[in-house]
Ligand binder design. Structure first.
Ligand code: PEP
Length: 253
């Protein structure tokens, strides 16, 4: 049984007042949700504010990226240990914006995953195809390649401490969403890839969908058997929208 995970990626948004208000609104209602893990990933500057606002709640804290180095002369970078020190349990790695804007390769993402897992963080590995790749009919090969590099570098056993987020690049922040069937097909092929190496890991590894998930499309996506939650961008900045997506994981809510 995989507990659904709804993770909010705030990206480069927010200040201390906004973060405090958003967290208070989310935590007040999140207490009433059962059987869903709720995760907030603010920018680095707000990690401690959010950590303190989440204290005593059932919401968890995560970061949006980290460096592969442990410490030293790496101006502007943040290490896994620093994230742990701020109370992070999770870290998002390989988001398509990091890959496309900052040139992060499959290999670098895999190295980051290795460091995150070794540092006691649960990594959320983002994978996804571009519009051109989908139109060329190579979606599943692209995703398989992105995941295979991680398997090669960290080993299949590390997927015990890893969540995968399938995020079609063409659906992120665009208002376009993969249909539930399109998403399910990719999620299922990811699970098959894991199952070819370890059936038990394939069964327990959570695979989130990300890409314009909103209150009005969340339930039909989350009802699919291989969709175990969501990585939410825009809608995570609105407490009521985010909570409605969390509620959509509960079949009777
Ligand atoms: C994201 O950036 O991970 C994301 C899914 O964004 P949005 O929900 O805004 O498409």
């Amino acid at each position: 049984m995989r507990t659904p995970l709804i993770a909010g990626n705030w990206k480069m948004n927010g200040d201390q007042d906004m973060a405090t208000a958003l967290c208070h609104e989310i935590t007040a209602d999140a207490q009433t949700l059962s059987n869903v893990e709720v995760l907030l990933c603010p920018p680095f500057t707000l990690l401690l504010v959010v950590e303190s606002a989440l204290e005593g709640s059932r919401c968890q804290l995560g970061a949006q990226d980290m460096d592969i180095n442990a410490n030293g002369a790496f101006t502007g970078q943040i290490s896994a240990a620093m994230l742990k020190d701020c109370g992070c349990k999770y870290v998002i790695l390989g988001h398509s914006e990091r890959r496309a804007i900052y040139g992060e390769s499959d290999l670098l993402v895999a190295e980051k995953i290795k460091i995150a897992v070794a540092g006691g963080l649960t990594a959320i590995l983002c994978v996804g195809e571009s519009r051109e790749e989908r139109e060329s009919g190579i979606t599943e090969q692209v995703i398989e390649r992105q995941i295979q590099v991680v398997i090669d570098i960290v080993g299949i056993q590390s997927f015990n401490n890893l969540v995968i987020a399938y995020e079609p690049v063409w659906a992120i922040g665009t208002g376009l969403t993969a249909t539930p069937d399109q998403a399910q097909q990719v999620h299922n092929s990811i699970r098959q890839q894991l199952a070819s190496l370890d059936a038990s890991i394939a069964d327990t590894c959570r695979i989130l969908y990300g890409g314009s998930m909103k209150p009005d499309n969340a339930r039909e996506l989350l009802e699919k058997p291989d969709i175990d939650g969501g990585l939410i961008g825009g809608a995570a900045l609105n407490a009521q929208d985010f909570l409605k997506i969390c509620q959509a994981t509960c079949p009777t809510a």
